[in-house]
Design a binder for this molecule. Structure first.
Ligand SMILES: Nc1ncnc2c1ncn2[C@@H]1O[C@H](COP(=O)(O)OP(=O)(O)OP(=O)(O)O)[C@@H](O)[C@H]1O
Ligand SMILES: [Mg+2]
Length: 451
């Protein structure tokens, strides 16, 4: 690998001179500094690939420089150089994130080898991170589709909150509206994309276990605590925690979460020291948290802290323009998955899809399309490939009538007319929904003079 930038921080001028000479000969650009301070200065100005760092430096010592370098960029590749009498410090440096070390005095051949190895390892790491990022971008399950103004606005919001990696986010919306998708998108669009992303569903874990899941416990904190256990917040350090169904977190646990949000610190159960972490919290709920606050079932301070950045996902029935767009995307997806030749929706199928109220939102739509792709024989998805709810919907969403003053015959007449209207006059379809034969339907139409 050539044309890499290597920074040598070494106060022994003779040594840094020969190191620089060897590395330049290998085709690298080399920067040399005698002190840690100057080295950090160069590091900030240049895009350095690798740092060769002396452990014993005047004023700021090597370990402190290493620490600052890692703070500036956790991915920096550093090789420590240390006197052979100080192996302990070399190991300490490895623990702090140095890639390798050279014991002085070293042969220049050895230097070349260690540098080459470090650069290869670093290159590999960069490549893995790049792949992870592009994977996150390409993976269709993480894309929030839709062209309604609401969804466009949400995509915009995701973009904005992704830029502020500390801000907590509250995602509200009915079941199946895409809350988890939004949480994923925020994580993967943010600087934390390559860091841990830990999801936990607060309603899926019994109340008494949730605290130790989230915050961990010390050995002996309670009867079953036979060993220290790290909590999810600790494991998610530098990354993102997604707290799904936050509304089911019990009141007594909420102050501890609030403290994490406000100070980024917490204690393990039974612990006496504060642990500092750096995480972004994304919370989601499909029940109205504001209502819970009113009923004193959720702490208002936590609610307001979470609400700073709120994303509300509207139900599908409030963004009808997305229905067919999503349906077509899912059609393509399942067609590929099941290797089918189905191409399109019949206009009447489209109408049924549009008229339905979608209580299960996008998840329900996705399931309906999956089912219809499996059922469809030809190249078109017909109304009969849709589940029965979608046929009934038009009827029940029709203007409410008051049956009290109507005779049975009037109700029957009205109902048949409604069903016919809902299927655009398709008589086979109507007969199917009404669960009567076509000839019975014909008779009734004649009887009630429905055309
Ligand atoms: N705008 C969208 N574009 C593409 N797929 C979507 C969209 N919204 C939701 N989905 C898909 O619908 C399904 C449900 O989404 P998701 O799990 O994010 O919903 P949710 O709001 O978290 O639901 P719940 O409240 O039940 O947990 C997923 O398969 C998801 O990929
Ligand atoms: Mg969800």
């Amino acid at each position: 690998m050539s044309n890499t930038k290597i920074l040598v921080i070494e106060d022994n001028e003779d040594l840094s001179f020969s190191i620089a000479k060897v590395l330049k000969k290998e085709g690298h650009s080399v920067f040399v500094s005698q002190t840690g301070e100057e080295g950090l200065d160069i590091f900030q100005k240049e895009l350095i690939d690798l740092v060769l760092l002396d452990l014993k430096l005047p004023k700021m010592d090597g370990l402190a420089v290493l620490h600052t370098l890692k703070e500036m960029d956790p991915d920096t590749a550093v090789i420590m150089m240390t006197a052979s009498t100080d192996v302990k410090s070399a190991i300490e440096a490895m623990k702090k994130g140095a890639l390798d070390y050279l014991l002085k005095p070293f042969e220049l051949e050895e230097l070349k080898l260690v540098v080459q190895k470090a650069l290869e390892m670093h290159q590999l790491k960069v490549e893995v991170n790049r792949l992870k990022r592009s994977h996150a971008k390409m993976y269709p399950a993480d894309t929030l589709y839709g062209e309604s103004p609401q969804i466009r606005e949400i995509r915009n919001m995701i973009h904005i909150v992704a830029q502020t990696p500390r801000t907590s986010v509250l995602i509200q919306g009915e079941s199946g509206t895409g809350k988890e998708l939004v949480a994923n998108a925020i994580h993967y669009a943010s600087k934390r994309a390559n860091k841990p992303y830990i999801k936990i569903n607060c309603s899926a874990i019994p109340d008494n276990l949730l605290e130790s899941e989230l915050f961990g416990h010390e050995k002996g904190a309670f009867t079953d605590a036979k060993a220290m256990k790290k909590g999810l917040f600790e494991l998610a350090h530098t990354g993102t925690v997604f707290l799904d169904e936050i509304s089911s977190m019990k009141l007594s646990l909420q102050p501890k979460l609030l403290r994490v949000l406000e100070t980024q610190t917490f204690r393990r159960i039974g612990g006496i020291t504060d642990i500092k972490i750096d995480v972004r919290v994304i919370a989601a709920t499909n029940t109205d948290l504001g209502e819970l606050v009113k009923n004193k079932e959720f702490r208002d301070d936590l609610y307001y802290r979470l609400k700073v950045m709120e994303i509300h996902l509207p139900p599908l029935r409030e963004r009808k323009e997305d229905i067919l767009l999503l349906a077509k995307l899912f059609l393509q997806e399942f067609k590929k998955e099941f290797n089918r030749k189905v191409q399109k929706f019949h206009p009447e199928t489209e109408k049924l899809l549009l008229d339905y109220s979608w209580p299960g939102n996008v998840r329900e739509l996705k399931n309906v399309i999956e089912r219809s792709v499996i059922l469809a024989q030809g190249d078109t998805i017909l109304p009969e490939h849709l589940p029965v709810e979608l046929h009934e919907q038009t009827t029940s969403s029709a203007p409410v009538m008051k049956p009290s003053g109507m005779t049975l015959a009037e109700i029957e007449k009205w109902h048949i007319a409604e069903v016919l209207r809902s299927v655009n006059g398709n008589k086979s379809q109507a007969a199917k929904i009404l669960d009567i034969s076509r000839s019975t339907l014909r008779e009734k139409l004649k009887l009630y003079q429905i055309s």
